[in-house]
Design a protein around this ligand. Structure first.
Ligand SMILES: [Zn+2]
Length: 505
């Protein structure tokens, strides 16, 4: 269902809101209700941090921090990670989250006394405490003469999704006291029964950008207020706010005109259409040096990456991004930045292994980013991470955020891309066993810096040891490297097909 209008809102009955007038917009798109995260935060008076460029938003609740990202279905409560059925989406600069799962998680982890209803904003189904309390209303409070309340003022507030109009009404009203309708696109009429007014106090010309004119007409037992509209509003809500003794009229703009497109974008955000190939090292950093006159690590991995790229580029639906295509030095931080900026969906880092001295150690290894499990894995990670020492001071500064690396790693174990990365690794391992004449040491885990920053499924391949003379000979053979490239290519395509199929379901 996509009506192009805001038809519902979230009504919180507990805990008490800081900002009771804040409308919490709810949009229904294809049977899923989304609520505006910013509205939600504003209603609770919760501080948020929002970065438009990255789509990241953080809520600072009293006891917890909640982090979520646009186009991503995962959210974090402090260090715990949860998945919602659908990703958060950005609509007109507002972050919308799948309402029910978000609220369930919030209730479970942050606001145990959270009580809410989702109510329509346009018709009389609207239920709140005010209405329930005042069903049997005696109209006797201040400002009333014989059950008639004098309306004493009106004010307007432009909001991102419409305009809020507050009418001072020092009495009590129920929803049954209001009737309202749009007349064409130009006028909106509100009739308030049991009210009177001095027409000049409520009428005005151009009170706010959205409204051209207001005409209030008292009829004895009711007041009819006509609003001449400058903008095309789609729906309205009116109710009495007991706490402020105001009639609150909200006129809503057709905010979600492009939601469907946004949802589609959110879906395609997961399609594996951009592959980032990251040949390790380069330039002043040779990686593990070649012996016996063989190539250095940097040259082997660049050659394999270019071969994989040539195969991938034949597929019109795939864009290939290289962190380097030539023999140049690229700092590690820059590699994940390149990947993220290109909106990469898969990150494959290629390396060649080495022992301290010439040895018989041999074999392929496929690394996932996880805190090091074995001594050996830690050692390899340290060697690859040591590239940082070749970077200049400015580059090194970029790793200050990585100080907390164990923390990042711990969080990532459960995170979005871990499962995908595991799948990617197992496909690679299987295809290499079948296609490449080399010992396969299998899938391992370690904390490689180069994998930390890339926000996508990722894998680091150690293509063998160039401290083993026999394996170094293979790595120097272009035919062998072509086989490796084919195995990587086949694995990427297999992964893409599996992953894309899951998304389109
Ligand atoms: Zn390396």
């Amino acid at each position: 269902m996509l009506t192009g209008s805001v038809s519902e809102k979230l009504v919180i009955s507990s805990p008490p809101l800081k900002n009771t007038d804040q409308l919490i917009t709810v949009l229904t798109v294809e049977k899923t209700r989304y609520l505006s995260a910013q509205d939600f935060a504003a209603a609770f008076g919760v501080r948020i941090y929002y970065r438009k460029e990255s789509g990241k938003i953080v809520f600072f609740f009293k006891n917890n921090k909640i982090k979520l990202t646009v186009n991503n279905s995962f959210l974090m409560f402090d260090a715990q990670i949860f998945q919602m059925p659908l990703p958060a989406v950005l609509i007109d600069d507002q972050v919308f989250v799948p309402a029910v799962s978000f609220l369930t998680l919030v209730k479970q982890y942050t606001l145990p006394d959270l009580q809410y209803t989702i109510s329509e904003t346009t018709d009389s189904l609207y239920v709140n405490e005010n209405r329930i309390n005042h069903f049997d209303r005696p109209k006797t409070t201040g400002g009333t003469i014989a059950g008639i309340t004098e309306l004493t003022g009106i004010r307007f507030e432009e909001k991102a999704n419409g305009v809020a109009i507050r009418i001072n009404a020092p009495g009590t009203f129920t929803d049954a006291d209001f009737s309202s309708f749009f007349k064409g696109e130009e006028w909106f009429y509100l009739t308030i029964y049991g009210a009177s007014c001095d027409s000049s106090r409520l009428s005005s010309v151009f009170p706010t950008n959205s409204i051209q004119k207001v005409v209030a007409i008292p009829t004895g037992s009711s007041v009819q207020i006509g609003f001449q509209l400058n903008r095309q509003f789609k729906s309205a809500d009116v109710h009495f706010d007991m706490r402020t003794s105001e009639i609150l009229l909200s006129l809503f703009l057709p905010l979600n005109r492009d939601i469907k497109r946004k949802i589609e974008e959110a879906k395609t955000a997961w399609i594996i259409d951009t592959i980032v190939l990251d040949p390790g090292h380069g330039g002043k950093d040779p990686g593990t040096p070649g012996r016996w006159g063989y190539m250095h690590e940097k040259d082997i991995v660049l050659d394999v990456a270019l071969r994989v790229g040539r195969l991938l580029e034949k597929n019109k639906k795939i864009k290939v991004v290289y962190t380097r295509k030539t023999d140049e030095f690229i700092p590690i931080w820059k590699r994940s930045e390149i990947a993220n900026q290109a909106n990469g969906k898969l990150f494959i880092s290629l390396h060649v292994n080495a022992t301290k001295n010439i040895s018989n150690a041999e074999g392929l290894e496929f690394y996932l980013l996880r805190p090091g499990r074995s001594e050996e894995a830690i050692k390899i990670a340290e060697t690859e991470n040591s590239v940082i020492h070749l970077e200049d001071d400015e580059d090194k500064l970029k790793y200050q955020g990585y100080d907390d690396i164990t923390n990042i790693l711990a969080n990532m174990v459960h995170s979005t891309n871990m499962k995908d990365s595991e799948l990617l690794a197992s496909i690679h391992s299987r295809n290499f066993t079948q296609m490449v004449a080399q010992k396969n040491r299998g899938v391992k885990q370690a904390g490689f810096y180069v994998l930390v920053g890339a926000d996508m499924p990722k894998l680091l391949c150690e293509l063998g040891y160039n401290t083993n003379k026999e394996e170094a000979r293979k790595l120097n053979n272009p035919k062998h490297r072509q086989k490796m490239a084919e195995a990587i290519y086949k694995s990427i395509i297999e992964f893409k097909e599996l992953s894309d199929k899951t998304i389109s379901r």
